[in-house]
Design a protein around this ligand. Structure first.
Ligand SMILES: [Fe+2]
Ligand SMILES: [Fe+2]
Length: 274
């Protein structure tokens, strides 16, 4: 809690944003993460309903700080897009929420049911789930800055990444502790992840947008970024099997991003005005 706070962008020169060109594919990826970050709010409900949130002293404070920080990640990308010349509708959050997929709605209902049936071990599933998604955003923003070469986006990503790493550390440690204490927690997490896990942002954005981002950032199954994420998660007790991310990109035929997507020639005229 002492170290939490909104990502500091007070020194960003927003006027510089449109001076550096982004490919349409890069911009689409920024949009995807604006959406994804902005949806954190909706995930709070599921976490609040767990027994851990009600009983564990460090859990509720973490959720407060986490949701606050994620909101400002979303705002950072929003501000970036607006500075670039993109217009974003005010009601983007509500629109996406009402348009969320059937799968997402089933997930919500299923989670409520499972949290009632397994109140003691269900939080471990939330924790490992959170660890995977946070680690994905951390790697995603590293790739986003490397693949765009946009100097302002780089600073924003670097600062957000520090917070994503903190979030990951919390979820990871929580998952480790819970899995170490309970084989049942490991089993239930395995079942739930296998049944319902999809990459961060899926369910709130279209499948095409998910695939696009995973190709743009990680080259899907042709790159090694997704494997790196899996390898870290595999270090958790009982998670040695975790390969769902690789399976997802294989199953959906998500591969290498075309070279043109990653073109970043640097300074040029403001794109939005063209
Ligand atoms: Fe975030
Ligand atoms: Fe995060």
């Amino acid at each position: 809690m002492e170290g939490s706070g909104r990502v500091d962008l007070s020194d960003i020169v927003w006027e510089d944003v449109p001076k550096h060109r982004l490919t349409p594919e890069a911009l689409r990826t920024v949009k995807y993460f604006h959406q994804t970050e902005s949806f954190t709010f909706y995930y709070l409900k599921g976490l609040m309903e767990t027994r851990a949130a009600q009983q564990e002293p460090e859990f509720a404070p973490f959720l407060c700080a986490w949701a606050y920080e994620e909101e400002f990640h979303g705002r950072a990308f929003l501000k970036f897009m607006e500075a670039y010349g993109e217009s974003v509708r005010d009601d983007y959050r509500g629109l996406a929420f009402s348009g969320r997929t059937i799968g997402e709605r089933i997930d919500e209902a299923g989670q409520t049911a499972l949290s009632m049936v397994f109140p003691d071990v269900w939080p471990a599933t939330h924790m490992v789930w959170g660890a995977i998604q946070e680690l994905t955003t951390y790697h995603a923003y590293r790739q986003l800055m490397d693949r765009t070469g946009h100097p302002v986006l780089k600073v924003i990503c670097e600062r957000i990444m520090k917070q994503e790493l903190k979030h990951f550390a919390f979820y990871y440690q929580q998952a480790r502790k819970r899995f170490a204490d309970s084989k049942l927690a490991q089993k239930i997490a395995r079942g739930a992840l296998t049944l319902a896990w999809t990459p961060v942002g899926d369910g709130m954005s279209s499948k095409d947008d998910v695939s696009h981002s995973l190709s743009f950032l990680f080259d899907g199954h042709d790159g090694d970024g997704i494997k790196k994420i899996e390898q870290r998660i595999q270090t958790l007790p009982g998670m040695e099997w975790f390969d769902l991310f690789s399976r997802y990109v294989e199953k959906n035929g998500i591969g290498k991003a075309p070279a043109a997507w990653l073109d970043h020639p640097g300074e040029c005229a403001a794109p939005a005005a063209e």
